[in-house]
Design a protein around this ligand. Structure first.
Ligand code: ZN
Length: 419
């Protein structure tokens, strides 16, 4: 991607166009923005508009649609990290926007038409990410191998035969790939793979150094990792450039606010909730959509020369805050503890509420760890990092994997909330 071409006035214009369009064509926004919109509104006026919440989108799902049904080209659903999945409808132009988004994103990471990508994510099941990468790689003029998720053996067969330069994957699965290569004597250090485009999970700490997962991969395999942050609702991704100083906003496609508890914009280096308006979307545009995701925003110019704001890793989701024995914990803090240990190759976190409304945390680990010295280390690290020790249960590895990698789910289920 070249230097950003979008100026504040151009972006305001895009914002005005998008908001007016949503107001004109979406039954939801006709009600939601009634009496609140003036023609040629200013940025200050925009910041007074009501938010759109996840609940709005799931409760009034089809009332967001702005086009006649016969103009829908793709029906996608959200992955349902929290709550029920909702539908998003894409027109042909929205698919173009998606292709541009991923073209920009892959270019930002230094990808070119000479790259060959191996896609380790789902492309069916109404999943947007796989489709977006497919379109983006085609737009880039690069090659694509669609293997899909799981099955390390298939992945390696293809890597050795087709020689992809870049993988698109959930980073925790890269750990499984490394383990498989080690166990089966595959010379993975000299493979064709140069980099991984990481989706779905953070690989960095808040200070942008590699977290335990990121370290676990790069300590064992000399490859480059790129973070991304995206969601189906946004239909766009924030992606790391080669400077790795946070994920850049694509200013052509999204208008970003990062807000504190009082709805005020946070400063450079501070964290808040990510709120976006999708620019140029025809099917299901969103205005001031509260993602529920908390991250740090960096507004000063990146060392790559680009001036677009960047986001740090997602610290947590508002909905996934766990209240445990008087402290607040985000799932990521638990993952970080568990992923610190090489001995833990899979785990599942169960969270349920007791009669008093407090959360109970149970961590399921493989049976073979039960009487190992490492278990004491796991408890000790939990105590120091989480300030509490959750309950641990041990079950057979096969059964545990079955609970994490469920056939009907598009992503591994590392945590389950039950009320
Ligand atoms: Zn940069």
């Amino acid at each position: 991607m070249a230097e950003p071409t979008i100026t504040p006035s151009l972006q305001l214009k895009a914002l005005q166009t998008t908001v007016s369009y949503a107001f004109e064509f979406s039954p939801f926004y006709q009600r939601h923005l009634k009496g609140k919109l003036s023609e040629g509104f200013s940025l200050e006026d925009y910041k007074q508009l009501p938010f759109t919440t996840k609940e709005d989108l799931s409760t009034h799902n089809d009332a967001f649609l702005c086009v006649p049904r016969n103009e829908i080209a793709e029906y996608v659903t959200t992955s349902g990290t929290t709550g029920e999945p909702v539908s998003l409808y894409l027109t042909k132009n929205d698919l173009q926007r998606l292709a541009k988004n991923e073209f920009d994103s892959l270019s930002l990471m230094g990808s070119t038409s000479h790259d060959i990508f191996q896609l380790l994510t789902t492309i069916d099941k109404q999943f947007m990410a796989g489709l977006a990468y497919y379109l983006g790689v085609q737009e880039l003029g690069a090659g694509l191998i669609r293997i899909g998720p799981g099955v390390p053996q298939l992945q390696w067969n293809s890597i050795l035969k087709n020689k992809p330069t870049r993988l698109i994957a959930v980073p925790s699965f890269i750990v499984a790939l490394i383990d498989y290569a080690v166990e089966n004597g595959i010379d993975y250090q000299n493979s064709s793979v140069e980099a991984v485009v990481c989706i779905g999970e953070p690989i960095r700490n808040d200070d942008l150094t590699y977290n335990t997962l990121g370290k676990r991969i790069t300590d064992n395999w000399d490859i480059d990792l790129f973070s991304t942050y995206a969601s189906t609702e946004m239909g766009a991704a924030f992606s790391e450039c080669e400077a790795k100083q946070g994920c850049h906003l694509n200013e052509d496609l999204l208008f970003l606010e990062v807000l504190d508890e009082n709805g005020q914009e946070v400063k450079h280096g501070e964290s808040g909730e990510i709120v976006v308006t999708t620019l140029g979307v025809e099917g299901t545009p969103l205005v001031r959509y509260k993602t529920g995701d908390i991250a740090t925003v960096y507004r000063e110019k990146c060392s790559c020369g680009r001036t677009s704001p960047r986001l740090g890793p997602i610290i947590g989701r508002k909905k996934q805050m766990i209240k445990f024995k008087g402290t607040t914990i985000y799932p990521k803090a638990i993952y970080d503890v568990l992923e610190h240990f090489q001995e833990i190759s899979c785990y599942k976190v169960l969270v349920n509420k007791d009669e008093l409304g407090n959360d109970n945390i149970t961590i399921l680990l493989e049976k073979k760890l039960e009487n190992q010295p490492v278990f004491n280390e796991i408890k000790a690290l939990s105590k120091s990092k989480l300030r509490v020790v959750p309950k641990f249960d041990f079950i057979e590895a096969d059964k545990l994997r079955g609970m994490i990698y469920q056939k009907h789910l598009r992503k591994p289920e590392k945590i389950k909330f039950t009320n």
